[in-house]
Design a protein around this ligand. Structure first.
Ligand code: ADP
Length: 365
């Protein structure tokens, strides 16, 4: 892509057909977009000159896939490699954003790599795509999430104090046997807890976008945590019947607060997206070294086209039923970030109109 594209002026003026390849060259050059193709079997990698420049190489230098990988910042290189390997294995589309180190540049350059699979004949398949410099967009995103993080943090402190005072007052009202005050305080506590859940999601979102989900692992009984979260969710939503269908005694080694956040999100979604009389069922099993938690609801369900995208930030299924239900579209994204960090998996199975089952796994010893 170093050769300048040449479009015949006459063809252009008369709007006659000129070669698509020439237009592609011109457009890619002007938009600073690199292109690449990789043989899925041999992993032979052919980058355009622009791709090499974006990764910090000279156009005349050789650049293999491993060379490109070596430029990705250490903490992101594993994820980059796994995403590419998975796309090749599953023959699926590829999208990854990663920071690369460029000699002489103080800050990382952020690149987005988009690709798709193509098969020319039975033997040969390739994955090919584009590379774009998204540093500016990424810096704006980071500034925005820093702001959200600061605001949420400032809101959390007074709300936490408010919750403590409400609980103190509630204890006092209990002693006085003042049922009216107890009822009012219990409602106030529900609202404060709802707000704290939302604020925690925003705080986690800002952490996740800055690549800062730090795990504080500890051993805890998963079945106890599940029962605690169910009780809390039933208190906050006070609408659905949430039951434990089956729960093995499993000791997990994970970040308890973050797994609690995942359970809160999945259970409150199960309640939010199903009508009040429906039951929600939680199951927790351990097989070999894998713990699986499933949350089954009898709600509106999710269409196939939405299912693949629900775990991306700000994605919400747009249907007549969901448009009346408020939400930020970040809960499931956070769940998947937290579970991925634990080397687990999260997914959904669903039949529209009948209900959904969200499942996640965690490795256990
Ligand atoms: P929010 O609920 O705030 O929109 P989430 O990230 O938690 O954000 O969920 C993303 C989308 O996934 C929701 O907007 C909804 O369309 C869909 N969804 C999540 N859970 C369920 C569920 N249990 N049943 C049906 N749809 C769901």
């Amino acid at each position: 892509m170093t050769d300048k594209a040449t479009i015949n002026q006459h063809d252009f003026d008369t709007n006659e057909k000129f070669p698509e390849l020439e237009i592609a060259k011109m457009a890619l050059d002007s938009a600073n977009v690199g292109i690449w193709v990789m043989d899925a079997a041999t992993r032979k990698f052919l980058p355009s000159s622009r791709t090499k420049i974006l990764f910090g190489f000279l156009p005349e230098e050789e650049m293999s896939f491993e060379d490109a990988l070596s430029k990705v910042a250490d903490k992101d290189s594993g994820l980059f490699l796994i995403t590419v390997e998975n796309a090749i294995k599953d023959r699926s589309n590829l999208y990854v954003e990663c920071p690369v180190r460029i000699p002489g540049e103080k800050k990382h350059r952020w690149l987005s790599i988009t690709g798709g699979f193509s098969t020319t004949d039975e033997k040969n398949s390739y994955i090919s795509g584009i590379v774009v410099d998204i540093t500016e967009k990424k810096q704006n995103d980071l500034r925005r999430s820093k702001f959200i993080g600061m605001v949420s943090h400032e809101l959390k402190t007074p709300l936490t104090a408010l919750k403590a005072y409400i609980q103190m007052l509630n204890n006092w009202a209990k002693k006085q046997k003042d049922s009216f005050t107890m009822g009012a305080l219990s409602k106030a506590e529900k609202q404060v807890k709802k707000m704290l859940n939302m604020i925690n999601s925003l705080l986690n979102l800002s952490g996740a976008e800055a690549g800062k989900i730090h795990l504080n692992k500890q051993e805890f009984a998963m079945d106890e945590l599940i029962r605690e979260v169910i009780e809390e969710t039933m208190f906050i939503t006070s609408s659905h019947n949430i039951t434990v269908a089956h729960c093995d005694r499993v000791i997990a080694n994970a970040d308890r607060d973050k797994i609690e956040q995942v359970l809160v999100n999945l259970l409150s979604n199960a309640a939010k997206y199903s009508s009040k009389d429906k039951t929600i069922e939680v199951t927790c099993t351990k097989e070999e070294n894998i713990l699986t938690v499933s949350i089954l609801d009898q709600g509106m369900g999710i269409s196939k086209k939405d299912m693949d995208k629900l775990f991306t930030p700000h994605y919400r299924a747009e249907t007549k039923e969901t448009e009346k239900i408020a939400g930020f579209g970040i809960g499931l994204y956070l769940c998947s970030e937290i579970i991925n960090r634990h080397q687990g998996k999260i997914w959904v199975e669903s039949v529209p109109g009948q209900g959904s089952i969200f499942k996640f796994t965690l490795p256990v010893n």
